[in-house]
Ligand binder design. Structure first.
Ligand code: MLT
Ligand code: MN
Ligand code: ZN
Length: 304
């Protein structure tokens, strides 16, 4: 299985267009050791020929440009993108669909809850139907039902419903439904290699723990270090947990949870621009390194 990190930041990216917090200002001016990041998305493939995009970020155009394997070069209009698989209906994970309207067809895999959001509150799927042929493939969320993506015959995908948050525009924001947010188990049926991807993860439950325990590599929610990162950075009062993101620090946080699982390679993704781990010289980044946890970066590649 080939995995390419197209984007590793949370909504807004790093630096964020209107943000002058110490991290955004620091990366802009080069005052801190940090790397700019686009909004979170992965490309996965079984043979490196055809790829599934996991989420379609607002930065998709630059992300495709920066990863030439997504463009086969011939015929005159062509793409190596076989489909887009959505984890939720958040703006930072779906707005990129609008930039795929020039294709002849667009295959989108999503849960029924996400399909509802994307045909009502943010009707991007309905709009795209006027530009291209959109095929929506329902993602099963009951039991252990797996699905496949046409063009990637050796990968088997399984949705893991998560405790997280639907987007602010969704009628489910304060009325959670199973399928509002999922994580994804991806297994290569040739090698048995197993990836678990969950860029929005509000809480660990037994299902999530079982995924982490059995995966070879996990790419997990790295949005915030403390619940109140944003207040600490002086950019507002939104709390990580209220937005459906489990903070890394403290009792019951991501680090405490991950400490129980020696097996998988552990990588944080969907990093908010206020998270101190973005500063490579920070105490928090050192703490992660000591715990054997990596921070995803744009362009990162993995072979599983
Ligand atoms: C989130 O992950 O909580 C959202 O992407 C936030 C946002 O849309 O800005
Ligand atoms: Mn997000
Ligand atoms: Zn910032």
């Amino acid at each position: 299985m080939h995995v390419h990190v197209l984007g590793s930041a949370a909504g807004g990216g790093f630096p964020q267009w209107n943000c002058n917090c110490p991290l955004c200002a620091g990366v802009r001016t080069g005052r801190i050791r940090a790397t700019a990041r686009t909004q979170s998305s992965l490309a996965v493939s079984d043979d490196g020929g055809r790829w599934a995009l996991i989420n379609a970020s607002p930065d998709i155009r630059a992300q495709i440009d920066g990863f030439p394997r997504l463009n086969p070069g011939t015929p005159a209009r062509a793409s190596a993108i076989a489909a887009v698989v959505l984890m939720d209906s958040q703006i930072d994970h779906t707005t990129g669909l609008l930039s795929l309207r020039e294709g002849r067809e667009l295959a989108v895999h999503c849960t029924e809850q996400v399909r509802q959001d994307l045909t009502t509150g943010f009707p991007v799927l309905s709009m795209l139907g006027h530009y291209t042929t959109v095929t929506v493939h329902p993602i099963p969320i009951d039991g252990d039902a797996a699905f496949t993506v046409a063009g990637l015959p050796h990968l088997r995908f399984t949705a893991i419903p998560l405790t997280s948050k639907a987007p602010p525009y969704s009628p489910h924001r304060h009325d959670p439904h199973r399928g509002d947010n999922i994580g994804l188990r991806i297994v290569d049926t040739r090698s048995g290699a197993r990836l678990f991807y969950a860029p929005g993860l509000g809480a660990f439950d037994d299902t999530v723990r079982a995924e982490v325990a059995t995966a070879d590599c996990v790419l997990l929610d790295g949005t915030c270090w403390h619940d109140d990162d944003m207040a600490r950075a002086g950019v507002g009062g939104k709390l990580a947990r209220a937005m459906g993101h489990l903070p890394q620090a403290g009792p019951g946080g991501m680090l405490a949870e991950l400490a129980a699982y020696p097996r998988p390679r552990k990588i944080l993704i969907h990093i908010n621009n206020t998270n101190p781990i973005l500063d490579e010289d920070s105490r928090e980044r050192r703490e992660l390194a000591e715990a054997g946890i990596e921070v995803a970066f744009d362009g990162q590649e993995m072979s599983l």
